[in-house]
Design a protein around this ligand. Structure first.
Ligand SMILES: [Zn+2]
Length: 251
């Protein structure tokens, strides 16, 4: 799971430390891809992975959340260069805003063989919404993106990694085929399509760690940290958690 990429002479969409720690430098991203390719992995989209057409070689799914313009400018060309595919989860309401992908770019991305998924309409924590707003965020974003690209949008990823059973049910009702969470881990044919696991790649990830992750190794401590964070979030509530997090990151 990636977010925005850093390109020379280009400011990220958000300069807060909590955001920038997930902004990966473009040359690092290119190197990560080369290493995944050298490890013998196939680079798939979410739809291709779920279809499971060729299980003779393990696969990796590169996903990007939010729909930043660097998806089109930097990520897609790098993914194409190694012969991979991938999935871009886009916030429909951000399309065309400064720093985010434009409508024409989104269409080109899809026409070039990349899969477009939804990442909601306005990027709220879905677990905090009333049923009406939740339905809007999940269904309207799908409709809007489908109109923009002229094709079906079948896959959803949860903003801020926040999800619960009500959120998953809303996605099912909106006719999505899968939901990606931010729960750390690898996926197998036994993984529920509505709780796909991912591994977030942050700005300072050592390449050797990525190599281990691509073999499904060294995920114990990231997972343990996530369990601790989730416990803190549910104890403190989302807002208090965010305040604590930015206080720690700004130090
Ligand atoms: Zn997001």
């Amino acid at each position: 799971m990636f977010h925005e990429l850093e390109m020379p002479g280009r400011a990220p969409c958000d300069s807060s430390p909590g955001y920038v720690r997930y902004v990966v430098r473009e040359p690092y991203f290119r190197e990560y891809l080369i290493r995944l390719k050298s490890a013998g992995l196939r680079g798939l989209s979410v739809g291709e992975a779920l279809a499971g057409t060729d299980s003779s070689m393990p696969g990796v799914v590169i996903t990007f959340d939010d729909g930043c313009e660097t998806d089109y400018l930097a990520a897609a060309p790098a993914i194409q260069a190694v012969g991979f595919r991938g999935t871009f989860y886009v916030v429909s309401g951000f399309v065309g805003k400064p720093g985010y992908i434009g409508r024409g770019q989104l269409r080109s991305l899809n026409e070039a063989g990349f899969e477009i998924g939804s990442h909601s309409m306005s990027h709220p924590y879905l677990t905090e919404l009333d049923p009406g707003r939740l339905k809007e965020e999940v269904s309207n974003s799908k409709d809007q993106l489908e109109q923009m690209i002229g094709r079906r949008v079948d896959h959803f990823s949860c903003p801020g990694g926040r999800w619960n059973r009500t959120v998953l049910e809303a996605c099912r009702e909106a006719q999505y085929a899968s939901v990606a969470t931010s729960q750390i881990g690898t996926n197998s044919p036994e993984t529920a399509c509505f709780r796909l696991r991912r591994v977030v790649v942050g700005r300072s990830l050592p390449a050797a760690t990525l190599d281990a992750w691509s073999r499904g190794q060294s995920l114990f401590w990231p997972r343990a940290r996530q369990v601790a964070r989730d416990a803190l979030k549910s104890w403190a509530g989302n807002r208090t958690y965010e305040r604590l997090r930015s206080a720690v990151l700004n130090r």
